[in-house]
Design a binder for this molecule. Structure first.
Ligand SMILES: NC(=O)c1ccc[n+]([C@@H]2O[C@H](COP(=O)([O-])OP(=O)(O)OC[C@H]3O[C@@H](n4cnc5c(N)ncnc54)[C@H](OP(=O)(O)O)[C@@H]3O)[C@@H](O)[C@H]2O)c1
Length: 249
């Protein structure tokens, strides 16, 4: 493997086709970055390889997988990483009474512990590059809603984590950006759903359709069919104008 440090590098978790990580990978690639686009399933990121991104399997819940990623990126870049984007996430919508606890915990595990594991493991590479960590959060914690506790709670914890990271990593020259992403979606975030419900039908989360619980969430404004790549481009251009945005270094 050759070492290429002439360009800035970015590693993005959860780049499955059609999602936000995919859109970010394409945007960074267009801007000339060395892009490490990762996912749990290689089939879902093949299109990024065809585009010119470096792809490999990375499960943020699997420490061995993370170590292998660190080793691979180190060899490719000479031991540095300029941007780490903690984008991997899951959604689980359920009333508290119906909640399946392992599913509930998995949302926190991927979003929060996954971001901690990735940051700890890539810390030396980010420090060497005086890089930037971007945590992809959500506006969900700012809305009061039934059934959203796992998702909103995990994103709330991620936001706190971003604050703590910013204070602790600043002395090492590493910046931290937290993005509270609104509800634009093209590929629906993977949904873990309860199989049964203790609730009457109007509160139950249906197994095969979002229609009922969408009625409970009128304020979240989740739009199917939104051109997420276009939205990401707009967001990144907006970030460029700020002093601490993703490209505002
Ligand atoms: N879309 C929105 O409206 C919205 C709004 C606010 C915040 N967000 C946040 O933005 C991020 C991306 O969301 P999205 O809508 O683009 O969803 P998405 O397309 O489902 O992307 C989520 C990605 O995370 C991956 N993932 C899940 N568990 C993982 C693990 N253990 N290790 C590594 N990757 C894992 C998924 O892999 P698989 O394909 O294998 O499941 C997928 O690639 C998420 O963190 C989400 O919470 C999204």
């Amino acid at each position: 493997m050759t070492s290429d440090t002439s360009k800035q590098s970015v590693l993005i978790t959860g780049c499955s086709k059609g999602g936000i990580g995919d859109a970010l990978a394409q945007e960074f690639h267009t801007r000339g970055f060395t892009v490490f686009a990762t996912a749990r399933n290689l089939d879902r990121i093949q299109h990024l390889k065809e585009l010119g991104c470096d792809i490999f399997v990375l499960d943020v819940m699997d420490q061995k997988s993370i170590f292998e990623a660190v080793e691979y990126v180190s060899k490719k870049t000479g031991g540095e990483l300029h941007f780490l984007i903690n984008n991997a996430g899951l959604n689980y919508r359920s009333t508290i009474l119906d909640a399946d606890l392992p599913s509930f915990a998995q949302v926190f595990a991927v979003k929060v512990f996954g971001a901690v594991s990735m940051t700890r493991s890539f810390g030396p590479l980010l420090t060497k590059a005086k890089g930037t960590i971007c945590n992809m959060g959500s506006m969900a914690p700012y809305f009061k809603s039934p059934i959203l506790m796992a998702y909103a709670g995990a994103n709330s914890a991620l936001e706190y984590l971003s604050h703590q990271m910013r204070m602790e990593l600043d002395p090492f020259g590493v910046s931290v950006v937290h993005v509270s992403f609104p509800g634009h979606r093209r590929r629906d975030s993977k949904q873990l759903r309860p199989r049964t419900s203790l609730h009457p039908p109007n509160l139950a989360v249906p197994a095969s359709s979002n229609s009922d619980h969408q009625k409970l969430l009128p304020t979240l404004g989740q739009h199917d069919g939104c051109p997420v790549r276009q939205h990401i481009g707009v967001k990144i251009n907006a970030e460029e104008k700020t002093s601490d945005g993703l490209f505002g270094q």
